[in-house]
Design a protein around this ligand. Structure first.
Ligand SMILES: [Zn+2]
Length: 196
């Protein structure tokens, strides 16, 4: 059981950028971004990758989060049972409470189901997303092999622009293909929903 004070993973206002602190901080930050966009007292499966590698293979998760009424965030992996609590996350870089519910009323809310395998590239440390895009990606819920992402058409379109930028800067063909796959899936979902 880990007890983490999120302030220890900050360098000024931003996530600390080196070593094991950065790795653990990245994981905890992702848990906070996911939990702070979810209703209070609702235990929910996230797309946050579990840090553990039992038998040298990535733990399949999912990492569950609960934002308790007292403000503490609980996280627990559904597979390896690693778990912990996070406090002092409020008003840090990873606090996304204020990103919820400020979509334009006129913009329709879409509900896209994407393959978890394709989606994982968006959570890789080598992909650099803007804070708002990262928050949107982490709003998604894991449902078996799939990921369910709910957002406004504008949010999906902004994410596509970001992914397109990453495709242009991909270091090699393998990486480009991974990014293109999720780009195409989101694009197809939007087209099916009558957008784009
Ligand atoms: Zn695990």
């Amino acid at each position: 059981m880990y007890t983490s004070d999120l302030c220890h993973f900050l360098d000024g206002d931003h996530p600390a950028a080196n070593g094991p602190v950065q790795r653990m901080g990245r994981f905890l930050g992702q848990c906070v971004m996911a939990a702070s966009q979810r209703p209070v007292q609702m235990r929910s499966p996230t797309v946050v990758p579990c840090r553990r590698r039992p038998g040298h293979r990535p733990c399949p998760g999912p990492v569950m989060v609960t934002r308790r009424r007292d403000g503490i965030i609980e996280w627990a992996c559904g597979s390896c049972l690693e778990q912990g609590i996070i406090h002092h996350w409020e008003n840090t870089y990873w606090d996304c409470r204020n990103l919820q519910g400020n979509e334009e009323d006129t913009d329709e809310i879409l509900n896209l189901r994407l393959a978890g395998k394709s989606y994982a590239v968006l959570l890789d440390a080598r992909v650099s997303l803007f804070r708002e895009d990262e928050a949107f990606v982490l709003r998604a819920a894991a449902r078996g092999d799939e990921v369910v992402l709910v957002g406004s058409g504008d949010e999906f379109e902004e994410l596509l622009v970001t992914v397109a930028g990453e495709i242009n800067h991909a270091p090699n063909r393998y990486w480009r293909r991974k990014l293109e796959r999720i780009y195409d899936e989101i694009k197809a979902g939007l087209t099916e929903a009558g957008r784009g």
